[in-house]
Design a binder for this molecule. Structure first.
Ligand code: ADP
Length: 315
């Protein structure tokens, strides 16, 4: 596996729609009638009664991608309440996939299912399958610790350990028993470079990670995830606690990680999805409604439910 530091830095301008998606869509479908509600004014769930019999609208571009994760008719219940009602989707390898949808629609539940983090919750019930590189992740012989190493997770709130920056980054290697200083320092530098943090912290590697800014702490958590050499990075609203400058840095970073890693990001921020993802999956009420290239989902969605959401008419 090559390192993130070797990944050529690509600019984000290639995927960013020329204007914020809401504005573009509003412009594209400018109302001929003054009665048509402007975004947000007509917010009503009656606008979008999803047809529960209808299969997910999956754009054809996804069939040309090689997938690393395959989700087959996956259902998850918390106690008696079913939160995911039969999700079918594939996650393309080396791409950034954003999960969007209103709060409570099941984005985090789906994300946490991919590396079996929901196993830690009592009283959940699963149906269907999730395959990682073709292997069902719930098979009895799957080593869950190893699975989570291969699918690193970055949470909403950064969670640096109360130790030095260096020890945070190389944590997975320490746990694995690696003692060679040269290896530890090499991985530390490579991971911090991969997380676009090296230049800011290279002179204070042995100071506490808790003294870093919020944005730096979140990039540190990404560096720690990268150091474990995952194939997939799962990110659950990684910028929700950050200011706009720190958010922009993380978004740049996510964009640069593509190709090297497969990234799945949950975000409630549609412009963030538009800026940093290749594919976007729109979820609603525990179902996957529409899934396709990010530009199509925002600029030319196939379903009225998706258009209503991305134009800000509910959510
Ligand atoms: P989202 O990430 O889209 O906001 P979640 O996946 O967090 O949605 O939640 C989906 C549904 O599952 C919601 O109805 C939520 O209340 C419920 N839920 C999430 N986590 C738990 C849990 N640990 N126990 C019980 N219900 C949960």
């Amino acid at each position: 596996m090559s390192t993130a530091a070797e990944t050529p830095v690509t600019t984000r301008t290639t995927v960013v729609p020329p204007a914020p998606p809401q504005e573009q869509i509003a412009a594209r479908s400018a109302p001929p009638s003054p009665q048509r509600p402007s975004p947000r004014q007509g917010a009503s769930d009656t606008l979008i009664t999803p047809n529960t019999q209808r299969a997910t609208e999956i754009h054809t571009e996804l069939s040309t991608e090689k997938s690393i994760v395959t989700i087959e008719n996956f259902k998850l219940s918390y106690g008696k309440a079913e939160a995911l009602h039969g999700i079918n989707m594939t996650i393309p390898i080396g791409k950034v996939t954003a999960l969007i949808g209103p709060s409570g629609c099941g984005k985090s539940t789906l994300l946490r299912s991919i590396n079996r983090l929901n196993d830690l919750i009592d009283n959940i019930r699963l149906e269907g399958r999730i395959l990682f590189n073709g292997q069902p992740i719930h098979d009895r012989n799957v080593d869950v610790i190893e699975l989570r190493k291969r699918m690193g997770m970055v949470f909403q709130k950064s969670n640096p350990f109360p130790m030095s920056i260096f020890e945070n980054v190389i944590y997975a290697l320490r746990i694995g028993g690696e003692k060679r200083r040269s290896v530890l320092y090499e991985v530390c530098e490579r991971s911090l470079r991969g997380a676009a943090l090296w230049e800011e912290v290279k002179d204070r590697l042995h100071q506490s990670a808790l003294g870093m800014s919020g944005g730096q702490q979140q990039r540190l958590c990404i560096a720690r995830a990268i150091a474990a050499e995952p194939e997939v990075l799962l990110m659950d609203e990684p910028c929700s606690a950050l200011d706009p400058v720190a958010t922009a840095k993380i978004e740049d970073l996510i964009y640069q990680l593509r190709g090297k890693y497969t990234v799945v990001i949950v975000t409630h921020n549609m412009q963030q999805a538009a800026r940093c993802s290749d594919y976007t999956a729109f979820m609603y009420l525990g179902r996957l409604i529409e899934y396709g290239p990010t530009n199509s989902i925002f600029l030319n969605p196939h379903l009225k439910e998706t258009e209503a959401y991305v134009t800000g008419r509910f959510g």
